[in-house]
Ligand binder design. Structure first.
Ligand code: ZN
Length: 272
């Protein structure tokens, strides 16, 4: 293997990490909206890399930014937050977890630093739903601690789960690292994805319902089920059948997620 081998390709637009200060200043003349991808470094089993959720969050922001740009609603994408609260994946090697308080502070301090540059409207976009509670606290505290910032958290799992059955080929419960997520990463980072290393692993519907289901708050319901350990549910670290993944399924998933995010941001931050 040569040291010039390309690991993966990242398409435009850049995040703040790849921009210059002058480019940010120019962008701020057009917009004060910042999309912040909040990722994770956590086990997804043999088919997917540990940074899957960070890559997904970035890709969602990337596609949303392009769609918004076309609608005359420019945004800047913030630096990818590479860690989340992933305590329940700690049974698998490579997982990194932050305490909720650390993640809240990290998100807040990134956003408040960029407030000093001139950003006022924040959209926190997750790649890992386990971080949603901390993201919501961070959003509230950003508003509490500034006179005029606005902040919202976009949980795209809710609109996506309503149409999962029309997108995925699997008729069983696909969850973390399953057909849907593997498909989305396959669509953007084929060099890093190995669906063939997956063997099917499904959970009984009543168990699955407490991980993601209509009753769960993260997928549109009213009950928050705290998670103990993924290892108790799956020796592989994923739930579902990653081998069913396809680029077409990934593209359909992204389309649902990005259309929803774009419509919320147009309505709430651009008034159109
Ligand atoms: Zn994930």
């Amino acid at each position: 293997m040569s040291d010039t081998e390309i690991l993966y390709i990242q398409k435009r637009p850049p995040t703040l990490t790849e921009m210059t200060g002058a480019e940010v200043a120019a962008a701020l003349k057009q917009t004060d909206v910042l999309l912040l991808p909040v990722g994770a470094t956590e086990n997804h089993g043999a088919p997917l890399p540990l940074g899957t959720d960070s890559m997904e969050a970035r890709e969602i922001c990337r596609r949303a930014a392009l769609q918004l740009e076309q609608a005359g609603c420019p945004v800047v994408i913030g630096p990818v937050i590479p860690f989340g609260t992933s305590s329940f994946h700690m049974g698998f090697p490579g997982t990194v977890t932050l305490r909720s308080q650390t993640l809240i502070s990290l998100i807040k301090e990134v956003c408040l630093s960029l407030y000093a540059s001139g950003f006022r409207k924040y959209a926190l976009i997750h790649g890992h739903d386990g971080s949603l509670p901390s993201m919501m606290v961070a959003a509230q505290e950003i508003v509490d601690e500034t006179p005029d910032a606005q902040a919202l958290v976009l949980n795209w799992l809710t609109p996506l789960s309503k149409v999962y059955h029309t997108i995925q080929t699997s008729k069983k419960g696909e969850g973390h690292g399953g057909e849907g997520e593997t498909s989305r990463l396959l669509a953007t980072h084929p060099e890093l994805v190995h669906p063939e290393l997956g063997v099917p692993h499904h959970l009984p519907p009543e168990v699955m319902a407490k991980i993601q289901g209509p009753e769960h708050i993260k997928t549109g319901g009213g009950v928050f089920y705290a998670t103990r350990s993924y290892r108790a549910h799956t020796p592989y670290g994923y739930i579902g059948d990653p081998a069913l993944a396809s680029v077409a399924t990934g593209e359909k998933g992204y389309a649902v997620i990005v259309d929803w995010i774009t419509s919320v941001l147009r309505r709430d931050y651009f008034g159109r």
